[in-house]
Design a protein around this ligand. Structure first.
Ligand code: NAD
Length: 728
């Protein structure tokens, strides 16, 4: 059964319907292109056909895009000369779309048949690139639909003519948020922006009517004397756009995202030549991106594996555990956010704190969130009432009766948590799963306060709860499968991405972030220029330098964690040098953003202004500064070695979780696909050699773990040795 079918109606309109078998939304694959090409060709050759409409058999959507699984594997299946094979494959795709666009016209633009796209709704990626090749785009007035080219978000760019056509249709300046940020619009906004042409009640009827109206079908860029809207690069206005875009892209990406650079080059170079040459240039740059391991790693982590984890790749085989009523204990910063995301997912919430005032304050976080949504026209007063109606703020534990999940977010104190666990157990039913949101306390230890360790688990949210997409689920020694399934089903309901890890100090994310921060602070003490530390981190794709990160999370929290870790580890505690700086900062009252002073200076409105100049008085900057690459290696290895140790210690059970968790949890250089993908990219032999050299210079913490040594000796890759499908 093919995904494309064609039927010609009594008026002579051939309606080609796209309906991917077995999927709720259309996705494109190699066969699909061939079928579309054949059907368009047949309709163009058929004298009974006056015009063609391409539409979708799916309600509310045209297409979700290219099958990214195929893109990820394109390089491997492109033969001995992958760049050549890829380029030719991409040019074949262009051929199909160009044949639609030319629709049988001769080179004097004579003849041909009109081809319109009728979109029932959402049109993304190739799902918009095909319509862009048609002569007119009609879309249903469907406010939930999303129209756009989000390729850049997974490390590629629109490579089926979308880049070249959009820039020629709208101009480089107007197209830039759509191409460079992957911005999506609803149909009305997409029409206003000039991406699509018409928003109508019945796109199929309107498209049919249009193709029968003998419209002009020559694209502006196929007309003589075509001028690009806003000006091509050699035009004074266009020049400004391109200079600005180049600076902006480098500012935003620090030059580490190959797709953004390649996109810009395709647009710039393509703007100076005729359309068919521009398409070839686009294909060359697209090939260049596909050849770069960064793009396949990003697709693998940010799309394929992220989705697999969200769909339950590591879920135990236990019946559905959908949450009906959740009790959130502690209505502080975390509890308030957890109540919000739960209620937004339609789950009934009981939000408990020690005083009614504190509980109400926690609930008011949801009120404020919904009010902001209403102001931005993202929510309605009815929706606000509905969401708030789901949250009961109280001090009365009896209200927890009927809860099937508890998420505890009280103070980080074993005694307080134990007391709460016991109080909860006195009211909830025997099947209720109890989760703690602790960030540092061992789950197995906390589970001791529970009367059923099997039903005790860690559900670790990141702050701010409503913005951070990762949730770390931690299994204690006694945690049973139903608790894991419950946690995973809950995370799915609130539409976040889960990773499941075993219990160990700092679980997974924090065990990697803390050494990153510590390495930055250690360098301050050594006399490395703070600006070098921060910029080196950003230039390698970390969203925040280590010093900015500790300012954001607060320096006193760092002190608290350091003291607790030291108490637990005793003589084995390795971070005395870091503590000297950290404790001194805390003594000075420089607690980070929350005190408007830390490693950075802030103005009275709390805006970060510059690195704190006083830091140099205490820790003078040395005359000799290290190479930026050495600083980057220290900062990266501080994190990736922990990821390797987490595998060694069986904290991470699936390497996909190590990569996805790192990008979503703390923004680990997304261009790399995550710490384990990065190690595969640089090669384990190089990684082991480099980190061992760092160990000689800077200390044992950099010594390659045994697993890395072993893999280096065998020249193995993480995605080779730890086949995620088998590990899952
Ligand atoms: P918070 O101090 O803002 O809130 C804690 C709340 O718990 C307070 O409102 C307090 O009144 C309430 N509380 C204390 N004892 C209680 C009791 N016996 N019964 C009911 N309520 C009680 O703290 P937070 O930042 O929201 O952190 C809460 C938990 O989440 C901690 O375990 C923390 O480690 C963890 N966590 C925090 C973050 C973060 O970034 N802040 C991130 C992940 C996890």
């Amino acid at each position: 059964m093919t995904d494309f079918t064609s039927k010609t109606d009594a008026d002579g309109v051939a309606v080609i319907t796209w309906d991917t078998q077995g999927k709720s939304m259309n996705v494109m694959n190699q066969q699909g292109f061939e079928d579309l090409d054949r059907l368009v060709g047949e309709a163009l050759d058929d004298d009974a056909v006056k015009g063609i409409v391409i539409t979708s058999g799916k309600e509310g959507s045209f297409a979700g895009g290219m099958d990214l699984n195929i893109i990820a594997k394109m390089k491997d299946s492109a033969g001995d000369n992958p760049a050549k094979g890829l380029f030719e494959g991409v040019m074949d795709m262009h051929g199909v779309l160009r044949r639609i666009e030319r629709a049988g016209m001769d080179d004097k633009n004579k003849g041909g048949k009109p081809i319109a796209a009728a979109l029932p709704g959402t049109a993304l990626g190739i799902g918009l690139e095909i319509p862009l090749a048609c002569h007119r785009i009609f879309c249903a007035d469907n406010p939930k639909a999303k129209i756009g080219l989000p390729e850049i978000l997974v490390g590629i760019f629109p490579g089926a003519g979308g880049t070249t056509r959009l820039v020629r249709k709208m101009g480089a300046m107007a197209a830039s948020p759509l191409l460079l940020e992957g911005k999506l619009n609803d149909p009305k906004k997409a029409k206003m922006a000039g991406v699509i042409d018409e928003v109508v009640d019945d796109p199929l009827a309107a498209a049919k009517e249009w193709v029968l109206s003998s419209p002009s079908i020559v694209k502006p860029w196929d007309e003589k004397g075509y001028k690009m809207p806003g000006g091509a690069p050699y035009h004074p206005a266009g020049f400004m756009t391109f200079v600005g875009a180049s600076a902006m892209v480098n500012g935003k990406t620090q030059g580490v995202y190959p797709a953004a650079k390649a996109l810009l080059s395709a647009v710039y170079e393509g703007a100076m030549v005729p359309f068919d040459t521009a398409i070839k240039i686009e294909a060359r740059w697209f090939t260049n991106v596909l050849m770069n391991p960064s793009s396949s790693n990003m697709i693998r982590s940010l799309f394929i594996n992220k989705e697999a984890l969200e769909k339950g790749a590591v879920r135990p085989d236990v019946p559905d555990q959908k949450v009906q009523k959740v009790g959130v204990i502690g209505a502080g910063m975390m509890g308030a956010g957890i109540a919000l995301v739960s209620a937004l997912a339609g789950i009934e919430v009981v939000l408990i704190d020690n005083s009614q005032e504190a509980a109400d304050k926690g609930k008011s976080y949801t009120t404020d969130y919904m009010d902001k949504g209403i102001a931005r026209k993202k929510a309605t007063p009815e929706k606000k009432d509905q969401v708030l109606g789901l949250i009961t703020a109280t001090t009365d534990y009896a209200a927890l009766e009927g809860c099937d999940l508890i998420v505890e977010a009280v103070f980080e104190d074993v005694g307080v948590k134990a007391e709460v666990t016991e109080k909860v157990q006195a009211v909830v039913g025997p099947d209720c799963i109890f989760a703690t949101n602790t960030s540092t306390l061992p789950i197995t230890e906390l589970a001791k306060a529970s009367n059923n360790e099997e039903q005790f688990i860690g559900i670790h949210f990141f702050s701010p709860v409503d913005k951070m997409m990762l949730v770390e689920i931690i299994k204690g020694k006694g945690t049973g499968d139903r608790a894991v399934a419950k946690a995973l089903d809950y995370v799915r309901e609130i539409r976040k991405t889960p990773i499941v890890v075993n219990d160990a100090r700092f679980f997974y994310a924090n065990r990697c972030i803390i050494p990153y921060i510590n390495e930055g602070i250690r360098m301050v003490k050594e006399g490395v220029a703070p600006a070098l530390i921060e910029n080196a981190a950003k230039l390698v794709g970390m969203p925040l330098g280590p010093l900015q990160l500790v300012d954001e999370t607060s320096i006193d929290l760092g002190v608290k964690i350091a003291k607790a870790t030291k108490a637990a580890m005793g003589d084995a505690y390795p971070d005395g040098a870091v503590d000297e700086v950290l404790f001194w900062m805390a003594d000075e009252g420089r607690l980070g953003r929350k005190s408007n002073s830390g490693f950075y200076e802030y103005d009275e409105k709390g805006k970060r202004t510059q690195l704190w100049t006083g830091l140099g008085d205490k820790y003078p900057v040395s005359d000799e500064q290290p190479d930026v690459t050495e600083v980057q290696n220290r900062l990266l290895f501080a994190q990736v070695l922990e990821a390797v140790r987490a595998i060694e210690e069986d904290v991470l059970m699936d390497i996909r979780e190590g990569d996805v968790g790192a990008i979503l949890g703390w923004g680990f250089a997304p261009w790399s696909g995550g710490p384990l993908s990065w190690l595969d990219m640089v090669g384990t032999p190089w990684a082991a050699e480099t980190t061992n050299a760092l160990a000689e210079k800077y200390g044992e913490r950099f010594k390659a773990p045994a697993l890395l040594e072993d893999m280096a000796a065998k020249n193995q890759q993480f995605y080779g040795r730890f086949d995620p499908a088998k590990a899952a």
